[in-house]
Structures are given as C-alpha cells and as structure tokens.
Design a protein around this ligand. Sequence first.
Ligand code: NI
Length: 136
Amino acid sequence: MAKLIRFGVSVDAELLDSFDKLILEHKYSNRSQAIAVLMRNKLIARNQQRKNANIVAIISLVYNHHRRELVNKVMEVQHDFQKIIISSQHIHLDHAYCLEIIACKGKNSIILELSHALGAIKGIKHTSLSMTSSGK
Ligand code: NI
C-alpha cells in the first residue's frame, strides 16, 4: 500500500457543512475517505477523456430476440471487436426481450467505436456505456 500523506485543506464553513452531509448520505467513514473517492473519480474521469487511455467498460443492450437479423448483427459486431471483449452475458428478460451485458477492456476510442456500432443496430431498444477504471 502506498504511503499515507496528511495535508491540510482550507474551505469555507458552508461548503464543509454541505460536504459533511454528503459524507453521511454516502456512508463514507470520514472526510479523508470521501476526499480520496472524489480525487480518484476525478482522475478516472480525466483518463476516460483520453482517446488512447486503457479503460474497462460495460456496455448493456436491450433488444427483442424475435428479430433474427438484429440478433445476428449484434453477434457479428461482437466478433469484430472480440479483442477488447473480455466477457458477455445474455439474460432473457421475458418472452421477447433480452439484456446483454458486455465487459470490455482496451483503448477508450475502440470501446467507444464498439458502443456506437452496437447502438446503431436497427431495432435495439436501449444501449448504455459505463466506463470505469482498470484499477491501475
Ligand atoms: Ni434472450
């Protein structure tokens, strides 16, 4: 574990009061933990803006599996991007609808390309992209 550094922070009292309320809501143990989470989130968000950054992301899709051509296209696109797809899960939501969760690891720009390619498939009900960190 990295060395811990103690440092002082000066902020106005109202801001600190609001921040302490947020700490309670989010159930952080203390201000240090809350500030560390904010710092990490900011650094991860900055990294996600960089096209060449290596990131981990989850793409989710909802679609009607009765549309055969759509299912084939979803499969075809995933095979085209198999180098960055580390896992995928298919969940049957009901008689017609399926949820597919695709975990990816790779360059930000390529993950975006995959997300756009899947989102552009005609008939897809919903797609979402959630970016996170590789932990490094
Ligand atoms: Ni299904």
